[in-house]
Ligand binder design. Structure first.
Ligand code: FAD
Ligand code: SF4
Length: 522
C-alpha cells in the first residue's frame, strides 16, 4: 500500500472544492477526501415536502447544545458540501468588513488582509462560480477591477415593482449577485425550488458542479467519497503533518501526504484538529493558542414574510434583490445593522415543519401572497461560543447569540420598509442554533500566533504543512453571505501552494452537467 499524495484536501465544499479546481493544472497529485457521497439527481431534489418537511438531504449526525439538548445542524455531507443546497447568493464582503468595525455589541475585529488584497481572487472566484450581477446600485459596494462575468438575474414583474417602491422610499435596492447558469444556452430553467434545494439539472453554481467535477477531469486529481478523516498525524516534533487517518468502507487506513489542507466546514474542521491531539499537541493540533474551536459565529438570522392579503405574488425565482442601506449604520443608530435579501419563494411545504399547528391551506394562502426576506446581522466573535465534544464523543456547540440590538433594529427597519411598500402583515421567525449554515470563525487567521490559529495564508502557525481553507478562517462574520469569500481565499491559498497567478487559476474549464465523476467511491 504505497499511496502517497502531494496534497490531501479534506472536504469538497466551497473551500476544498475550489482549491482542488485551482490546483488541477499545478502538476501535484491531489487526493480529495469527502465523507459524503455524490448527491443523487432525482425528482425529490425539487420537492418542498421531501427537502424541508422530511429533511431528505440533511444527513449530518445530531449535535448537542451546552445543556446536552440534541439538534439537527444545517450541515450537508455531500460532494460540494453545503453549496449543494445553498441559495447561490454570491456577494463580496464590503471593504469595511476587512477593518475593525464598531458595533453596538462590541468590536468586529480587523482581518489580516485588506479588501484590495483579496479583490483579484474575488474576481477569479466570480468567473469560476459564474456570478451574475450589476455593479453601481449599492452604495456599500466595494470597488471592482472589472464587470461581473454575467448580467444580473432580472427581477420578475412583482419584484421589479417592489424595487421601484423601495427606490421611491429613497433606498438603494440592488441586484443580488447570483450563481445560477443563465448564460446563453445555460441549464437553469429558473424554477421555484432553488434556495435550500439541490438543483436537479445541475445549473446551480455549487462547488460540485463548478469546481470538483472539472477538477476530476485531470488524472492527477482523485476523489474518495465515503471517506471520513478521523485524525491528522504528525512527526514526533509536531512541526509537520505526515498523514491522514481515514475511515472508508468500514476500514481505517493511513494516507501520507506532503501537504494537508483541512476544509470540513467551520465546526468539523475544528473538531478534526481537536481529535488530532497528540504528544506535541496535547490540546488539539495547532492549538497552542487555545483558540481551536472558539469564536464560532453563524450570523443573527431571521426569516421575514411580508403579506399583502389582496395581492398575489406570482414570482417564480424570487432571490434577485437585496438592500444594504442599513449595512453600516441604522436609521437613528450609529452602528451597523446588516443586510436584507430576498429568499427563494416560500411555499406551504417549506413552512409545515416550522409551523406544524397551522393548517396547510392557510400556510398556502399566506405563501401565495407574501414576499419573503432573510434578515442577516453580524454576530461578534466570543471565545465562549465554541465547538467541544459531548461525553459520548459527539459534537457540542456552545452558542450564546450577541449583538442582538442591531438585529432587532434591522428587523424593525425592514418591517417598516415593507409596511410602507403596502404589506399589511409582517411575520418574522428568528433562527435558532440549528440554522448554522453560515458557520465560521473557529480557526481564525491573523498575524499573531497568540491570537490566531492560521497565518494570513491560512497555514497553521504551528504545523508548517497544514492549511485550512473553509469558513473557519474568518476573524469576523460580516453580514454578507460567506461562500464567495471562502472561494476567493481558497484561490489565494492555491496560488501560494502552486505558485501560479490568480488569473490563470480562474481560466474556466468547460463546465458541463454531463461531466462524469471520476471517483473511487465504494
Ligand atoms: C440552506 C443553505 C443556504 C445557503 N445559502 C447561501 C448563499 O446563498 N450564499 C452563500 O454564500 N452561502 C450560503 N450558504 C452557506 C454556504 O453553503 C457555506 O458558507 C459554504 O458551503 C461553506 O463552505 P465550507 O468549505 O466552509 O464548508 P462546506 O461547504 O460545508 O464543506 C465541508 C465539506 O467537508 C466534508 N467533511 C466534513 N467533515 C469531514 C471529515 N471529517 N472527513 C471528510 N470530509 C468531511 C463535508 O461533507 C463537506 O462536503 C448556505 C448554506 C445552506 C445550508
Ligand atoms: S433556479 Fe436554476 S439553478 Fe436554481 S434550482 Fe432551478 S434550475 Fe437549478
Amino acid at each position: 500500500m504505497a499511496l502517497h499524495y502531494d496534497i490531501i484536501i479534506i472536504g469538497t465544499g466551497a473551500g476544498g472544492g475550489t482549491l482542488a479546481y485551482a490546483l488541477r493544472d499545478a502538476g501535484a497529485r491531489v487526493l480529495l477526501l469527502e465523507r459524503g457521497d455524490v448527491l443523487p439527481q432525482e425528482p425529490q431534489n425539487w420537492s418542498p415536502t421531501a427537502v424541508f418537511d422530511q429533511g431528505r438531504y440533511k444527513n449530518a449526525e445530531t449535535w448537542q447544545d451546552t445543556q446536552g439538548r440534541p439538534f439537527h445542524p444545517g450541515v450537508h455531507y455531500y460532494v460540494g458540501g453545503n453549496t449543494k443546497v445553498y441559495g447561490a447568493a454570491l456577494p463580496r464582503l464590503r471593504r469595511e468588513d476587512f477593518g475593525a468595525l464598531e458595533h453596538e455589541g462590541g468590536t468586529s475585529p480587523a482581518w489580516p488582509i485588506s479588501y484590495e488584497e483579496l479583490e483579484p481572487y474575488y474576481a477569479a472566484a466570480e468567473r469560476i462560480y459564474r456570478v451574475h450581477g450589476e455593479p453601481g446600485q449599492d452604495p456599500t459596494e466595494p470597488p471592482r477591477s472589472g464587470p461581473f462575468p454575467f448580467p444580473a438575474v432580472p427581477h420578475e414583474p412583482y419584484i421589479e415593482a417592489l424595487c421601484a417602491d423601495l427606490r421611491r422610499q429613497r433606498l438603494h435596492p440592488f441586484a443580488l449577485p447570483m450563481g445560477i447558469d443563465l448564460r446563453e444556452g445555460g441549464l437553469c430553467v429558473r424554477c421555484k425550488t432553488c434556495d435550500g434545494f439541490p438543483c436537479r439539472v445541475l445549473a446551480k453554481s455549487d462547488a460540485d458542479v463548478c469546481a470538483v467535477r472539472p477538477a476530476l477531469q485531470r488524472p492527477n486529481i482523485t476523489l474518495w467519497t465515503g471517506a471520513y478523516a478521523r485524525r491528522i498525524l504528525t512527526d514526533a516534533g509536531g512541526r509537520r503533518a505526515t498523514a491522514v487517518e481515514v475511515e472508508r468502507g468500514g476500514e481505517r487506513q493511513v494516507v501520507p501526504a506532503d501537504v494537508i489542507v483541512v476544509a470540513c466546514g467551520a465546526v468539523n474542521s475544528a473538531a478534526l484538529l481537536l481529535r488530532s491531539a497528540g504528544g506535541a499537541h496535547p490540546n488539539g493540533l495547532a492549538n497552542g493558542s487555545g483558540l481551536v474551536g472558539r469564536n464560532y459565529m453563524v450570523h443573527n438570522n431571521t426569516a421575514l414574510m411580508a403579506v399583502a392579503p389582496l395581492r398575489r405574488n406570482h414570482t417564480v425565482f424570487q432571490k434577485t434583490m437585496a438592500v444594504n442601506d442599513f449595512y453600516l449604520r441604522g436609521p437613528g443608530f450609529p452602528y451597523p445593522l446588516g443586510n436584507l435579501q430576498l429568499l427563494g419563494k416560500l411555499q406551504a411545504g417549506m413552512l409545515t415543519a416550522a409551523q406544524p399547528l397551522v393548517p396547510r391551506p392557510l400556510l398556502a394562502a399566506m405563501a401565495d401572497r407574501s414576499v419573503d426576506w432573510w434578515v442577516m446581522s453580524e454576530d461578534l466573535p466570543d471565545p465562549e461560543n465554541r465547538v467541544t465534544f459531548a461525553p459520548d464523543g459527539g459534537i457540542r456547540i456552545h452558542w450564546q447569540p450577541n449583538n442582538l440590538e442591531a438585529h432587532r433594529r434591522l428587523i424593525a427597519a425592514g418591517s417598516l420598509m415593507l409596511r410602507e411598500a403596502g404589506y399589511q402583515i409582517v411575520l418574522t421567525q428568528r433562527m435558532g442554533i440549528a440554522t448554522n449554515s453560515h458557520q465560521c470563525g473557529t480557526l481564525r487567521f491573523g498575524h499573531d500566533p497568540a491570537t490566531s490559529v492560521l497565518d494570513p495564508l491560512c497555514r497553521t502557525h504551528e504545523v508548517l504543512n497544514l492549511y485550512v481553507v473553509d469558513s473557519s478562517f474568518f476573524p469576523s462574520s460580516a453580514a454578507m453571505n460567506p461562500a464567495l469569500t471562502i472561494a476567493a481565499q481558497s484561490l489565494r491559498v492555491a496560488e501560494h501552494l502552486a505558485g501560479q497567478p490568480a488569473a490563470r487559476l480562474a481560466e474556466s474549464a468547460p463546465v458541463s452537467a454531463e461531466t462524469p465523476l471520476n471517483t473511487e467511491s465504494e
